[in-house]
Structure formats: C-alpha cells, structure tokens
Design a protein. Structure first.
Length: 251
C-alpha cells in the first residue's frame, strides 16, 4: 500500500527526515515510536502534503501512485487520512455540513454523485455509534468547545465517515484518560479491514495494548533505527529511549 524510499525533508534550513525507508502492506497496523523531535509528526505531515515541509530527496508511492506528485486534497481523495495531534476548532461550521462537504468532494473525485440527505444522515448515525459520539456534539461546530477526549473521538468519527485506505494517527492518545483512550482504540479496531492499514504514532505502549500493531518502528534523529514486532513497544516502555543512541551509532 505505502512504500517510502530514502525520504528526506526539511523545514527552512533544518533537515528533519534523513532517509526514511518504510513499507506498509494492506491490512497492517504499524506503530512509530521515538523521543520528541525525532521526526514522527514531520513524517505524517509530509505524507499528507503539508506545504510547510520541503521534500529534498526520496520517493513515496501509495497504491502504486507517486504520492509526492499529488496535492493534499488529491492524497485525501486517494484514501489517506491524518488524525491530528491537536485537532483545530472551526467556529461556525457544523460537523454535519463539514462531513457532508468532505464526503461529497471525495465522491466527486471518484466520479460519483453527491450523497443524498437521507443516506448521509443514516451513515452519520451508524458511524457515531462506533466512537460513542453524542448527537449534541455532532450538531455543533467542528471541535468548538469540545474536551480533548471529545476532539480525539471526533477525529476517529471523521475517519469512520471517510473510510480511508491508510489512516495516520498522530499521537491520538495525547491527553486522553483511560475511558477516552478505550473508546478511541475500539473505534480504530472496529474500522480495521483486510484492505485498510494504519500508522499509529505514539510515545507510549499503553495505546498499543489496545490497538495491537503488526510492526513497531523506532524513529530517532530522522531515521528509522529499529524495527520489530509488538514486543519492541514493551522494551521501550521498560528501558526508555536512552539506549536508542547506541543503535544509531551501530552498537
């Protein structure tokens, strides 16, 4: 599904990604862990096309297509989704109108007619149940006045509505209590299919106890320095990140 080859990226004069290589197949969940400043959020931003970052080398292919040649909206229409670490509020734009516009833009790109009102509302009700999103929240402006947990649930609700092929969860567990994390994780698990994949970016293994990854990568100073199974997350939780420097140095 996703193949990243020797990806380099910078912001201004500062190089952040220094040769990322990553392959994600259909139906796989990959976790990316690493200390602050290692490039985790930069990688997610580059994949979805944030113009703040400049790609200086490398290639990225998404289902065989050149991802870096696409505009951000084209990447979304192809099935790429990012759940933000800090979801923004959009005052004056209701969740209903926001989601209807997003879905119909995606359908337009696929050559499909707009979804009628009855079908859209039915879909909303079905997807709200997945993340236990209250009707009152769904009727308000996007994220306006939402708690941290409600914002994260709303992100997973949007993911459920758009049915992406590859979802990137950028520190979705940040600031969540146990109950909110459980709801978010259950929503992600319910949405997983053999044809969809997920990248979970996190510092801790507690989320990964609920969303079981197939593969765990450690990103350090702009490079993936170690890849293993779910047991790697446990090792990081027990040992921290100090030992990663030895891996970087080839020890």
């Amino acid at each position: 599904m996703l193949e990243v080859r020797n990806l380099h990226a910078r912001i201004g004069e500062k190089e952040i990604l220094k040769g990322i290589n990553l392959v994600i197949n259909d139906g796989e969940t990959h976790a990316i862990m690493g200390p602050n400043g290692s490039g985790k959020s930069t990688l997610s931003a580059v994949l979805v096309g944030n113009p703040v970052y400049e790609v200086t080398a490398g290639e990225v292919f998404f289902n065989g297509k050149d991802l870096l040649a696409m505009k951000p909206e084209e990447r979304a229409h192809e099935g790429l989704f990012l759940s933000f670490q800090y979801p923004v509020e959009i005052p004056g734009v209701s969740m209903t109108n926001f989601m209807k516009a997003a879905i119909n833009e995606k359908r337009k790109a696929q050559g499909l007619p707009p979804m009628n009102a009855a079908a859209f509302l039915k879909l909303m009700r079905e997807k709200q149940k997945i993340v236990e999103l209250d009707n009152k929240l769904a009727g308000r402006s996007v994220n306006e006045g939402f708690s941290g947990g409600e914002k994260k649930r709303n992100e997973i609700f949007q993911m459920a509505m758009l049915e992406p092929k590859l979802s990137i969860l950028d520190e979705t567990d940040s600031g969540l209590d146990v109950d909110a994390m459980r709801i978010v994780a259950e929503g992600v698990n319910k949405l997983k299919t053999p044809d969809t994949s997920c990248i979970v970016i996190t510092h801790y293994d507690r989320l990964l106890e609920m969303i079981r990854p197939d593969v765990v990568h450690v990103l350090y100073q702009g490079q993936i320095v170690k890849t293993a199974g779910p047991e790697l997350a446990k090792e990081i939780q027990e040992r921290g990140y100090d030992w990663i420097k030895a891996l970087r140095m080839g020890a």
